[in-house]
Ligand binder design. Sequence first.
Ligand code: GTR
Length: 423
Amino acid sequence: MLLSLMLFAAIPVTILEESKVPAYTLPDPLVASDGRKVDAEGWKSRRRGEVMRALETHVYGRTPDTSARQAEAVQEVREHDAAALGGKATRTQLRVWPVGRKGPFIDLLVYLPNGKGGQSPVFLGANFGGNHTAVDDPKVFLPETWVSKQWSDPARSDRASEKQRGSQSSRWQLEMLIARGYGLATFYYGDVEPDHPEGWKEGFRAALSPAGRDTVWKDGEWAGVGAWAWGLSRSLDVLSRMPAVDASRVAVIGHSRLGKASLWAGAQDGRFALVISNESGCGGAALSKRIFGETVGVISGFYKGRGFPHWFTARFATYSENEAAMPLDQHWLLATVAPRPLYVASAAEDLWADPRGEFLGAVHADPVFRLLGASGLGTEVFPEVGRAVGGSVGYHNRAGKHDVTAEDWANYLDFADRNMKAR
Ligand code: GTR
């Protein structure tokens, strides 16, 4: 009792009011390590690489280069139906072993619109509960792997069940996507790595490490967010092999912790034509130095019994209660997407993720987009709730709670219509 009171007392009060945000200074992503501000050429040839190294070192860890293992990838079509959704779509369910059959597999669910002619643009994102939850379709296979009722609590994990079918479908809006000419591809994030501190042993981090399940992770090495981002890239490999997909128009999207993964995937993999962060918050689009809502300390496991130490590389936690010492902030992550289109979205009641901090992440990344010739965000005024703003960097703060809704998707599709043109 006393101990828990002491631990509780050690956690600072969460800042949820703008007036309580401390003064902070943001490092300029365009100022290189030699202290000079770069031009567009300098960003491309040198500075962007420095920013990527900084993001690896201080936040996500380094993703191993697995390009040499591409040839080991195996995929099987488990099911294919050209008359899905009452004939409106073609559904393909694939099982993919990106590093060969000895490694784990990813079950990828793909819907492409029928009757549009030519190749389709696709939104790709990982889902929280299994493919059978993301859409309301009785033909979608149940996952055979770990699924959890309580995403981060393996003690409460469970086998997938029929009862869960379609339970997250409002977050994916499949019918809307298909009607507007876009495909949807999704996989269960637990296929790549179950979301708990020991989950990596079942996933690709162990499979790709020479020491396997005996790996002792060192500072600077990748963690959960990096693994999920890698899974998004391997899924893009699969989409690129599908003749009906326009691989030059694949948008990567993610919500919350998977929004962090979406951004990190978009940063590392230039093939993603559009990058979307839905309420990614701390360690995603939100500026850490504001210390608003969820903080580096809370998320990284600095306070015993809280947080997600397995999401980030070890260095990240050292900035707990010491955000001022961070040589970067999350606007650097957003800047790495430039000049490709980027959409950052918040929800007004989702103060934990710091809507204004997410908007400011985009504001402070904007100079990089404009330097590279993109129209960018083009405003520094936090928009009223429900209004979408921006040019090639989009932003909205939807009314309501932490979620992905039809309103969010309507904005993403409008944005994709404008910004993800056929090349
Ligand atoms: C919360 C976590 C957030 C966000 C969210 C989610 O518990 O604090 O950073 O990632 O989970 O993924 O739903």
